[in-house]
Design a protein around this ligand. Sequence first.
Ligand code: NAP
Ligand code: GCO
Length: 265
Amino acid sequence: MNMKNFSLEGKVAWITGASYGIGFAIAEAYHVAGATIVFNDINEELVAKGIKAYEEKGIKAHGYVCDVTNEDAVVATVKKIKEEVGVIDILVNNAGIIRRIPMIEMSAADFRKVIDVDLNAPFIVSKAVIPDMIAKGHGKIINICSMMSELGRETVSAYAAAKGGLKMLTRNICSEYGGANIQCNGIGPGYIATPQTAPLRERQADGSRHPFDQFIVSKTPAGRWGSTEDLQGPAVFLASDASNFVNGHILYVDGGILAYIGKQP
Ligand code: NAP
Ligand code: GCO
């Protein structure tokens, strides 16, 4: 076995919505593994902020303003990346949002917005990059799924529907394009400490830990929230030649939470 199989040398990796959070951590790891980093955000200010954050880590990242739900913008961005950086070898569909609202109180507009970013956008971006991957003879697509690709919970109906759909989109891209040497897999993070989950970890007025924080720690065999660094190794593996025979798989990086029924109260 040659450890060079884990290298991303010479590869162009686009991690969507990677100005911070999980996407940023994955981009950092891809840089260390040798890839050229491309990311996007929804406006110039956030892209500039992202470029500065990458520079502070010694990474010369290529940033683009692109709302991943806008197909014309995505197609134009793929064309610009191809002209300015190179053909995309690795796509990480990371951009995502969540709206925590009880279903019967959620507007159809809010439901559609979550589906648009978390499910329609991975379709749009994957559709835009796959033709060049086919022409090049290889490609890696990694969809950032979720434990909610498998489980539901109160207030996250739109998010769970989107992430469940993203699991099946992952399997369908595998089915349709595996023959073109494109591997499409998912990463299912558990509960990770990022801005997206900050409301679930906020200290209470009396200084005690958020009840949900305590709940997740008790439900996770690892006994802790995940960090974005916990996702870096799995993300490099799925982007590298080491995973060329892994396709349509959702790799859960969750500290064991999905395997565990929970401690008797
Ligand atoms: P985050 O901190 O909220 O970051 C989300 C990123 O997506 C931000 O950079 C955001 O940019 C970008 N984004 C949102 N809508 C976009 C759009 N329409 N076009 C372009 N960029 C857009 O989230 P995170 O915790 O890092 O999560 C990243 C991914 O992991 C998401 O898909 C999330 O569902 C998934 N995930 C997270 C966890 C967790 O526990 N944190 C667990 C499982 C899965 P703006 O700031 O400009 O909106
Ligand atoms: C929530 C959380 C989760 C995590 C993640 C778990 O409100 O339950 O935001 O959805 O973000 O998706 O895998």
